[in-house]
Ligand binder design. Structure first.
Ligand code: PEP
Length: 256
């Protein structure tokens, strides 16, 4: 990815297990045609794996080259082999993927993916020259117990010793994902500052950092969230499935 993207706001749509060939074509075509001039925003679309090539074929025609194809996950196994159902980082790179989500809380909840597996996945992604986007965030119990920073620090600890100077993290409090409950400005500011400090202390002062907020971001709250210090963009779930709401969030990022 171009170096200047590390100074931009990122807006990444995580479609989760949604979409169809026809719906995707309409939505991405509209984004592609109407958001060409959003050149201070790094836009990403993370569809289900089967649709990655479809999305890439639409966005690769973009003249400003700022709409990125993102994968929601990657195999912990490298290259090729007898791993039925798996898709490697090399395969994602082969079809034009730029960014790979690692450690989304739904992967942790339903597939029991924890730090050890996430670390292997990040290393595989970096080895292929793609950009990992590590998702971190505390549970409601951890926040109620006042252990939210401890939880996030533990998740971030896998960044230590990686062979890169580029670190993209999405702070997604688990209690805010898909619930309509957004963390407040103070909570976001406090955690984003903490994540910046942690990354710098784990990886050194040369780190290029993007910290996105995720958790019930929508067209009505995006501008306020983008005004919080150290918020470098958003990872958007539900609101990325409709053109109007996703476009309005991207517009808010462009103006921020
Ligand atoms: C997500 O899936 O990463 C997410 C933040 O979802 P939502 O925006 O729907 O809360």
């Amino acid at each position: 990815m171009n170096k200047h993207l590390w100074q931009q706001k990122w807006v990444i749509g995580n479609w989760k297990m949604n979409g169809s060939l026809q719906e995707n074509q309409q939505l991405v075509q509209k984004i592609h045609q109407n958001l060409e001039n959003m050149d201070s925003v790094c836009i990403g679309i993370a569809p289900p794996t089967v649709y990655l090539s479809q999305i890439h074929n639409i966005v690769k025609e973009t003249t400003h080259n700022h709409i990125h194809t993102c994968a929601q996950d990657v195999s912990r196994f490298d290259n090729k082999g007898a791993y039925t159902g798996e898709v490697s980082a090399q395969m994602l790179q082969d079809i034009g993927v730029n960014i790979v989500l690692i450690g989304h809380s739904e992967r942790s909840l339903y597939f029991n993916e924890k730090n050890d597996i996430q670390r292997i996945k990040i290393e595989n992604v970096l080895r292929t020259g793609l950009t990992p986007l590590l998702c971190v965030g505390e549970s409601i119990k951890e926040r109620e117990d006042g252990r939210e920073k401890e939880a996030v620090a533990y998740q971030l600890s896998i960044l230590k010793g990686l062979k890169t100077q580029y670190f993209a993290v999405a702070y997604e409090p688990v209690w805010a994902i898909g619930t309509g409950k957004v963390a407040n400005k103070e909570q976001i500011a406090d955690m984003h500052q903490f994540i910046y400090d942690e990354i710098l202390s784990l990886t050194g002062n040369n780190a290029n950092i993007r910290v996105l907020y995720g958790g019930s971001v929508n067209e009505n709250n995006a501008a306020e969230i983008f005004s919080v210090p150290h918020v470098d963009g958003a990872l958007v779930g539900g609101a990325s499935l409709k053109y109007e709401s996703f476009a309005n969030i991207i517009n808010a990022a462009q103006k921020a």
